[in-house]
Every structure is written in structure tokens, then in C-alpha cells.
Design a protein around this ligand. Structure first.
Ligand code: ATP
Length: 216
């Protein structure tokens, strides 16, 4: 029965650096979908943006200190162990192989990333491997481009229960309770300008950035 199948989530990103928007969303997503585990996966070389200033290993270490001992969240370094660009379809294929064909596999992305989904590598293939859950971020009410509507509309479901009926292939737009307008871009801007980033990041991440002299 679908209720007994494992529910596995993936939240990929640059995490440059990880912040409370990511982490609070991850916790709320874990609860909203009753996930067994949420893999937070830093990209080695994000295909659609420039090279981050801080190394992939450093971003992973910051992510680990941000997660700490939060139940159900794991910092997963699999994309850092692969060469070349980090394609989500390849990552999902690995997770699918590990968890088996019946697991409910969910790729979660924020609305800003969702708007660029049609530019991703093999977007159709993502739905052969996982469900797509789009997390609201500021601006999420905006109309979708026609190409994106064409990709997702026939896959749309309106509840977590409907999503979990099948192992992959559906799309759900989800408004989590805490809509946080925190972005890594803003944090990097603050750090470059020598401004405080307190309360935007977990303290251990703030301290590690400070001690490492990162993003200056
Ligand atoms: P940047 O500002 O550098 O583009 P970011 O803050 O958007 O970074 P990413 O590492 O690109 O962070 O995000 C990873 C994933 O987390 C993406 O799917 C993104 O949409 C989502 N995300 C980022 N910030 C938030 C937030 N505040 N609330 C919900 N989801 C978020």
C-alpha cells in the first residue's frame, strides 16, 4: 500500500551559503510530506549559474553545520563525488536505484528555480524518476510561462495524498507555513559589504563563515 512505501525527498541547490530559508523550508517540507528522509544536495557545478566563490567542499561543510542534528535532514555529498555538471536527473536516478521502484521520490524546488525548469537538462526525465513539489517563494503567484505550463499542467495534483499514490510523475505546488524572503544572494551581498547576517543563518554557519573569512 502507498502508505507503507518510503517517502524520500531531495532538495538540491548551490547552498552558497545555506540559510534559514532553506532549513526552515526543509523542516516544514519533511513534515508536510511525512518524509522518511530529505537529502539536501549541494551542486558541484550548478549548470545554470556562474561558479560559486566558495568551494563545493566548503559549501557542504556549511550545510552540515547548518543541519546539525535535525531529524530527517541529511547533507548528501553525492554530486560532489561526480565529475562534470550536476544534473538533477542523474541524482534522482541514483536515489531511485538506492530506494527502489516503489519509493515515493520527491524533488523539491523553490518557485524561482521552478521558473527555469524548462532550461534544465532533460526536464521530462525528471518526472519519470520523481514527483516535483514546488515551494512557494515571494512572487509565486505570478503566471507561468507557456512552456512550463505545458510541461507540468497535466501532472498537477492538489494534495499530498494524491501525490503519494504513485512513486513519481506528479506535480504539486505547496505553500509552506513560513514563507521566508531570505536568499543566499542577499547574504553574500551583506557579507561583501561587511554587514551583519545574524538571524539569517544558523549560528554555527555564521560562525564558520566568520572563522573561515568566507565571502569577504
Ligand atoms: P541564490 O540567491 O544564490 O540564487 P538561493 O538562496 O535561491 O540562492 P539556492 O541554493 O539556489 O539558494 O536554493 C536551493 C533551493 O532552495 C532552490 O530550489 C531554491 O528555490 C530554494 N530556496 C532558496 N531559498 C529559499 C527560501 N527562502 N524559501 C524557500 N525555498 C528556498
Amino acid at each position: 500500500m502507498s502508505q507503507t512505501e518510503q517517502r524520500i525527498g531531495m532538495l538540491g541547490g548551490t547552498f552558497d551559503p545555506v540559510h534559514l530559508g532553506h532549513l526552515r523550508s526543509a523542516v516544514e517540507l519533511h513534515e508536510a510530506l511525512s518524509l522518511d528522509r530529505l537529502h539536501m544536495i549541494p551542486a558541484q557545478q550548478p549548470p545554470l549559474r556562474g561558479q560559486p566563490q566558495v568551494s563545493a567542499r566548503q559549501r557542504l561543510e556549511l550545510l552540515k553545520s547548518g543541519i546539525g542534528d535535525t531529524p530527517g535532514l541529511v547533507a548528501d555529498d553525492r554530486e560532489l563525488r561526480r565529475d562534470g555538471p550536476s544534473y538533477s536527473a542523474d541524482t534522482l536516478a541514483e536515489l531511485r536505484a538506492e530506494y527502489g521502484g516503489r519509493a515515493r521520490l520527491v524533488m523539491a524546488i523553490g518557485f524561482d528555480a521552478f521558473l527555469r525548469l524548462t532550461q534544465w537538462h532533460q526536464p521530462e526525465r525528471l518526472f519519470e524518476l520523481a514527483h516535483l513539489v514546488v515551494i512557494a517563494r515571494p512572487g509565486y503567484g505570478d503566471a507561468l510561462p507557456a512552456s512550463l505550463t505545458e510541461l507540468v499542467e497535466h501532472r498537477r495534483v492538489d494534495s499530498v495524498e494524491a501525490l503519494m499514490q504513485r512513486p513519481y510523475g506528479s506535480y504539486l505546488a505547496l505553500e509552506l507555513p513560513s514563507l521566508m524572503a531570505i536568499s543566499a544572494t542577499y547574504i553574500r551581498e551583506c557579507l561583501e559589504a561587511g554587514k551583519s547576517v545574524r538571524y539569517l543563518l544558523p549560528d554555527p554557519v555564521d560562525q564558520a563563515i566568520e572563522q573561515g573569512g568566507l565571502y569577504r
